[in-house]
Design a protein around this ligand. Structure first.
Ligand SMILES: CC(C)(COP(=O)(O)OP(=O)(O)OC[C@H]1O[C@@H](n2cnc3c(N)ncnc32)[C@H](O)[C@@H]1OP(=O)(O)O)[C@@H](O)C(=O)NCCC(=O)NCCS
Length: 232
């Protein structure tokens, strides 16, 4: 385990192997109470975030996982599902875009995970209005009814690597499996057409369905953001 950098907000660590995160390390590693979070870069070959999340050193911590993928590296096995009623559209009006983003995030994330998220949106309307662009967000529609939404923002990580970050994604939980797969395929195709070479997303550890979704389409865990529960 190597400390790469630190400031008053975070300590950035690199771990090459899960065996580095042990009780012994916990005892010898100094994480001052005044520093709210650890950024743990997963180096080397260990990419099984389950093992790392389960490490006792992270008990009583809130963990978010950053996944990444080269845009050409994402995809789904099996053929392309043909579902002609499914279309991709844009929300041309920025105010409506921000409203739809926040409305779906509240309903399908903040309210669902109220105990973990305190029900508050991650980004304010003002920040979203600045970061979102009409070109970088799509709706999936069936006969004019929205059944999915994806919004990307530009992001440069702590190591200077730029990417298109999936800032918010929602797919209607009621869709039949074959329609859902067609939605996934449309989203993947759109993501692959983006200009940034790299894609990223940040997923809370408790959101297992989302983690499985991103891993299924080719994202791999790159980093953990760890914060003490009592501080947040
Ligand atoms: C996250 C989300 C976009 C994933 O899309 P999706 O179409 O639901 O993805 P899938 O149905 O393929 O589910 C992914 C995997 O999780 C599994 N899964 C389904 N429900 C689950 C649950 N309650 N817990 C754990 N895994 C679950 C699925 O079986 C699937 O695995 P499989 O492909 O091996 O069968 C969608 O569920 C969603 O909009 N969730 C609410 C909003 C949200 O959390 N957004 C992400 C914020 S980071």
């Amino acid at each position: 385990m190597k400390v790469l950098d630190s400031d008053k907000d975070k300590i950035i660590l690199e771990v090459a192997d899960i065996s580095e995160i042990t009780e012994a390390e916990k005892n010898s590693f100094n994480w001052p109470a005044s520093v709210p979070k650890l950024v743990v870069k997963l180096g080397g070959g260990e990419r099984d975030e389950e093992k790392i999340i389960g490490a006792r050193v992270f008990e009583n911590c809130k963990i978010r996982i950053i996944y990444g993928a080269p845009k050409d590296g994402i995809g789904l096995s099996g053929g392309v599902n043909d579902f002609p009623e499914l279309t991709v559209s844009k929300i041309a009006d920025k105010t409506e875009l921000v409203e739809f983003y926040l409305k779906t995030q509240k309903k399908h994330f903040n309210d669902v995970w109220a105990a973990e998220t305190s029900g508050a949106p991650q980004l304010s309307p003002a920040v979203l209005a600045e970061k979102l662009s009409v070109e970088n967000a799509i709706c999936l529609e069936i006969k004019g009814v929205r059944v999915g939404f994806v919004a990307l923002v530009d992001w440069v990580n702590w190591f200077g690597v730029p990417s298109s970050l999936v800032s918010w994604i929602w797919i209607d939980g009621e869709l039949r499996p074959e329609v859902r797969k067609a939605v996934h395929q449309k989203i993947i195709r759109w993501l692959r057409e983006r200009t940034a070479e790299k894609l990223s997303c940040v997923v809370d550890v408790f959101n297992v369905r989302s983690r499985r979704f991103f891993k299924k389409i080719g994202f791999i865990p790159e980093c953990l953001i760890v914060s003490r529960k009592q501080l947040h």
